[in-house]
Design a protein around this ligand. Structure first.
Ligand code: UN1
Length: 476
């Protein structure tokens, strides 16, 4: 199968293409994705600029109809799209289908947002004058998405961009063109005027800068690594371009003596290893108080070792492969680093599957302290460590001692500690007796400190990024 680009309403092949490889079975090639040269990116930017005023003038009903159509179709095809997702990214089939459903729900939510407009009419402080505060589209937005949520993250950027009247250029991660192409294909039949949505696949190092540097792109929303995000922030800052970044995490899960052990262990297992740990919201530091430490480590080690690692499409699989060879090597390197720093590692070795793929055993590292690299740098794989602390106060201090601030969790039955933690955890999202990863689609998503930059994604808060506020004064 070919995955062409979609520019100005036309499907476009390119002379250059990249294979879409199944990480569970590298002999399975899903197809080839177009690689846009710079002239194609320029054409997409021009098409979006031509279409932007047309879509900005669309009615809320037109926007609702487009987004509702896309949401309904994704939901109706969630098994098929979820299978495609798991095949190209490697998360389990249940996770892939769940993510496809979430993408459909996101489109449905923003269909509703298109109708629920916000605005204020106020009396002026001057007699006879009226003041209106309204929101206008930003214009042309460049959306740069990562490989770990191949359908949900494009959905949660594309849907609000369109709901609030913007024209879009989507640049998905090179590893997962299939889901992005599927979204584009559905949008191409949705009634959206041509040029409002454009899909441009190509080298991140070329397409990204072309979007960021163009004076004809008004805003950039990016999810990906901290290093790339900082570069984008700097480039957008120079150009005074609106920017929204979602980057890494080193998310802690505090486990207190009074926690329900089974809930704590299941919460940690899910947070660290589901989706092969490839979530910026994954838990990677378990901060555990002394009284429960032994029982917690014994139970979590047992359940971690028992996780069935295998082909993402096999119904018995609980943890799929790592996404590619480069990420697998990074994970194995961090396991070595943890060991060389004095951590005790169980699991973490490369595994052979029935098919040739990027399999590794989930790794649990005990005997660590928060200063170690394994507790400071994001691995982005199924590698989690345990830090032993005396009490809640020390746990909170350790949890907050990180440059990141995306999601922070606590397992406790104490209302006092849960309330204190919600108020004092330095993170954009706080979870009590729930995994740090796996968020709702109708409420804001984002972090504090080094994890995020700019206004929040998702829920009603998404309008902050995708609109500009206008204050109008009238003397009738
Ligand atoms: C989730 O935890 O449900 O890239 C979503 C990521 C995040 C999304 C996490 N932006 O992992």
């Amino acid at each position: 199968m070919e995955f062409p680009n979609f520019i100005g309403g036309n499907w476009e092949q390119t002379s250059d293409s990249v294979a879409n490889v199944n990480p569970s079975d590298v002999s399975d090639i899903l197809g080839h994705a177009a690689q846009a040269p710079l002239q194609h990116v320029e054409r997409a930017i021009d098409a979006a600029n031509t279409a932007a005023p047309v879509w900005a003038a669309s009615t809320p009903q037109q926007r609702f109809d487009v987004l509702d159509f896309v949401g309904s179709e994704i939901l109706a095809r969630k098994e098929e799209l979820g299978t495609l997702l798991s095949r190209e990214e490697g998360k389990t089939l249940a996770e892939g289908i769940g993510e496809a459903a979430r993408a459909g729900q996101i489109f449905k939510f923003f269909a509703g947002e298109a109708l629920r407009q916000r605005g204020d009419r106020l009396a002026s402080v001057r007699p006879g004058v009226e003041v209106d505060v309204t929101r206008s589209p930003v214009g042309v937005v460049g959306l740069i998405t990562p490989w770990n949520f191949p359908i949900a993250i494009p959905a949660w950027k594309v849907a609000p961009a369109l709901a609030f009247g913007n024209a879009v250029i989507l640049k998905p991660a090179a590893l997962v063109p299939g889901c992005a192409h599927a979204i584009a294909e559905i949008l191409s039949r949705s009634g959206l005027p041509e040029g409002v949505f454009n899909l441009v696949m190509g080298k991140g190092s070329e397409v990204g800068p072309a979007l960021i540097d163009s004076p004809k792109v008004n805003a950039i929303s990016f999810t990906g690594s901290v290093g790339t995000g900082k570069g984008i922030a700097a480039a957008c800052g120079l150009r005074l371009k609106k920017v929204q970044l979602e980057m890494g995490g080193k998310n802690p899960m505090v486990v207190l003596d009074d926690a329900d052990l089974d809930i704590a262990v299941d919460t940690c297992l899910n947070g660290a290893f589901f989706s092969t740990g490839q979530r910026c919201t994954a838990s990677s530091r378990f901060v555990v108080t002394e009284g429960i430490y032994q029982r917690f480590v014994a139970s979590l080690s047992e359940k971690t070792a028992a996780l069935r690692v295998g082909n993402a499409l096999d119904a018995a699989t609980q943890m799929g492969p790592v996404v590619d060879a480069r990420q697998l090597q990074q994970n194995l390197d961090y396991v070595d680093i943890a060991r060389s720093e004095g951590g005790t590692v169980s699991g973490g070795q490369r595994l052979n599957g029935a098919t040739e793929g990027f399999y590794m055993a989930p790794a649990l590292v005990t005997e660590t302290v928060n200063a170690m690299r394994i507790n400071r740098e994001e691995v982005f794989g199924p590698v989690a460590s345990v830090i032993r602390v005396k009490d809640y106060d020390e746990a909170l201090m350790v949890a907050n001692d990180t440059e990141f601030g995306l999601s922070s969790g606590i397992c406790t039955t104490s209302l006092k500690y849960a309330s204190h933690f919600k108020a004092n955890a330095q993170a954009g999202m706080v979870m009590v007796n729930l995994p740090t990863a796996g968020v709702d689609y109708h409420v804001p998503f984002g972090g504090s400190k080094g994890s995020s930059f700019g206004s929040r994604e998702q829920g009603s808060y998404a309008c902050e990024f995708y609109t500009t506020v206008k204050t109008a004064y009238t003397l009738p």
